[in-house]
Design a protein around this ligand. Sequence first.
Ligand SMILES: [Zn+2]
Length: 506
Amino acid sequence: MPGFLISHVKLYDGTGAPPQTADVAVSNGVIAGITPGGAVSHSGLKEINGDGLCLAPGFIDVHGHSDSDILELPGADSKISQGITTEIAGNCGFSDFLERNDGGFESYAREVDAAKPAINLACLVGHNTLRTLVMGETARPAYPHEAEKMRRLAAEALARGAAGLSSGLWYSPGIFADQEEVCSLASALRGTGKVYATHLRSEGDTLIESIREACAIARAGSGLLQISHFKTWGSTNWGKLAGALSVIEEERKTGLRITLDRYPYLYAGTGLRMCLPAPWSAMTPERIHSLLQSEEDREKLAAELKKTGPSGCSWDRILLAGTDVPAHEKYLGKTILQSASAEGVDPAEFCVRLLADELNPFAMSGLLCGENLETILKQDSVMPGSDAGLASFQVKSAHPRKFGTMGRFFRMTAGLTSPEEAVRRMTSLAADVFHLKGRGRIAPGYIADLVLFDEQRFQAPEDYADPVRPVPGIEAVWVSGELAWTPGGGSVGRSGRFLRIPNRKE
Ligand SMILES: [Zn+2]
């Protein structure tokens, strides 16, 4: 591979050190050398003028859901365009590779490589998928022999290179698992040096208890905990952040290493069912959908919803963001209140209609607190996680985090701390937590996953109406030293690969 030189850039090397002006030489896919900007003449190397621009290690999305998307959209437009060169997939307890009937991890890894993706992908092994495999949708905690079977499957995936274990205890079937079941599964992490990454059982009403539970599970594993999309869910829980952070501090003192991730937005994106009151809030999407086929239950739920209002926010802060029903496409990107008014019905009734017409429609809800987001982004253990799979620029609607997480995380975190600290969390911290060897820093010998960007222009608005576009300010992205993205050319290179993460002693 012929080498090249990116000259006279403002270099953020990923370590958190203040930026320096430098020339960075790349050859054979790795960083060959770094010299003070303009100091030497580098004859023979193709030169890319980086004057006025910044160079950082490729950004790492520690909380992604591209497991199956990567095979369908290997160009990975929505991620590579924001400078993401590596994603950790298999989050929230869902890892698609386990569902393959032909050998699981290995065949999936080979298929990802064969698809020639634009970005690198590493994968967690997920409790929800393991559980479905071993127990189906059984609504009770696992018996010891079932837990042992899950543990063995997880250990095998970890030995083959899974990056850690994930759970989503708010989702079905994870909600049926007790702490003991997940502790027993997490014991597969012992001696691997890999994390337990969790979508907590509750991010709202029982947030503190759920953090305690996650810590107990991590302690049964490797002692390394990653709390996914850390937040205080619903306005009634916004006051719990200080308590949650002090529990985390306290648990750290016992020797746990706790890191966090967050998407920098105030609207959560998940099933529309999240707005339902109890007991509906604890039901699976399938159960809700099947109950709502009866007129009596539809009326019952609508009456209840009229009384309580949507849980944690209001109808003017819930937008329909995804649907498989063609007749509902006209509601995409609009609030429940807007669409209900247009149809001349009560918003509660309209919401029930959407839930009855389709299994688990996707919504965005303004459940999160701006001040808390800032406090969270100030924590030095918080990394960016998009909580998103892949999309092309042709999709009709999406959560803006799909396209803008890195731009927004950089802009906000740089403002609250410093640009070099924002870059550190987007790169070397993530590479260290997930053992992405040779990535996350710009130093001689490191793999040349690189982002050239204009730090004034690199930002993403919190725009729910029109989010489908590349973030401004990304000038070029390289993966393993090959050009992967330019604003004019789009996704131009496909040098990403599946990353097998070896177990290592703690
Ligand atoms: Zn999640």
